[in-house]
Design a protein around this ligand. Structure first.
Ligand code: C2E
Ligand code: CA
Ligand code: CA
Ligand code: CA
Length: 278
């Protein structure tokens, strides 16, 4: 039919061919990037709002491409997910972030928690908890200083998710739901999941003073978290007014440009671990 022809034509436009080619190229580059040491981590502080004390840091992945320069995770994470590359890559992130955290503890800084993003494919690995447990034992890092961030979409298969989360809780790591409010979660089932923390998505926090719906969402999530005895962290805190609002709601922790952008390890050590916030 004409409609089908239309689809075929669109599928073969030069632009789309180029995009596919470009993607393939990026995928190939991604495959070699680990061996070539093109990845590094940046860390963003997580601050207790009542005291302004540093309580944690989120490790975020960066790719320094030899020709393209810095490639955004928004661009390469989806490709890494599709190709399965995210599994070895995510493992590298977890190991690097945990080693760094242990190194800082060894240097005598007050221990804080490191948050690492888990992709769906990583989360689905049946031996994930065992592998993490073994690694943490090997480097001597207490599991309570490791936080795994998953998203609501990963908990769609209730039973599988529950089992996997239970295994992870059993080894003693902390579990957070990232980007909370943007996905699907039945409240009943949230109540029964072995999780520790909700991270309120940046989209609600960023417009919390301009948009009364966002204010209602943030305050509802925060109060629900209190009732369920979960920690609650606001993402994307960019100014003092948002901070005041969040404090009024008794939101426990904040993360965002107001405190700091994600920064490299050395800078994080200088600016946060050594500073008065410490
Ligand atoms: P995310 O996990 O929600 O991470 C928070 C993102 O928000 C980060 O973007 C961070 O730089 C940004 N951000 C933090 N505070 C503010 C703020 O105040 N204002 C604004 N406008 N942005 C803020 P980034 O580093 O570009 O990462 C984007 C996404 O890529 C992450 O979102 C996460 O989903 C994914 N990602 C990053 N590193 C990893 C990783 O190691 N593994 C996996 N699976 N995904 C990762
Ligand atoms: Ca995250
Ligand atoms: Ca997030
Ligand atoms: Ca996000």
């Amino acid at each position: 039919s004409a409609k089908e022809q239309g689809v075929d034509i669109r599928r073969y436009t030069p632009l789309m061919q180029m995009k596919a080619k470009e993607k393939l190229k990026l995928e190939n580059d991604l495959r070699r990037a680990l061996e070539r040491n093109e990845f590094y981590l940046v860390y963003q502080p997580q601050i207790q709002l009542s005291t302004r004390k540093l309580v944690g840091m989120e490790a975020l992945l960066r790719w320094q491409h030899p020709k393209r320069g810095l490639v955004s995770p928004a661009e390469f994470i989806p490709i890494a997910e599709e190709s399965g590359m995210i599994v070895p890559l995510g493992e590298w992130v977890l190991k690097t972030a945990c080693r760094q955290n242990k190194e800082w503890q060894n240097a005598g800084y007050r221990p804080i928690c490191v948050s690492v993003n888990l992709s769906l494919r990583q989360f689905m690995q049946p031996n994930l908890a065992g592998k993490i447990e073994e690694f943490l034992e090997e480097i001597g890092l207490d599991p309570r200083f490791v936080d795994l961030e998953i998203t609501e979409s990963m908990t769609l298969d209730k039973e599988k998710a529950f089992e996997q989360l239970q295994r992870l809780k059993d080894i003693g790591v902390y579990i957070s739901i990232d980007d909370f409010g943007t996905g699907y979660s039945s409240l009943h089932y949230l109540k029964n999941m072995p999780i520790d923390r909700l991270k309120i998505d940046r989209s609600f926090v960023s417009e919390v003073l301009e948009d009364s719906n966002n204010a209602a969402i943030v305050s509802t999530i925060t109060s629900m978290a209190h009732h369920l005895k979960l920690k609650v962290t606001a993402e994307g805190v960019e100014n003092e007014d948002q901070l005041q609002f969040l404090r009024q709601q008794h939101c426990h922790e904040g993360q965002g440009y107001f405190f700091s952008k994600p920064i490299e390890a050395q800078e994080f050590e200088n600016a946060f671990l050594r500073s008065a916030l410490y």
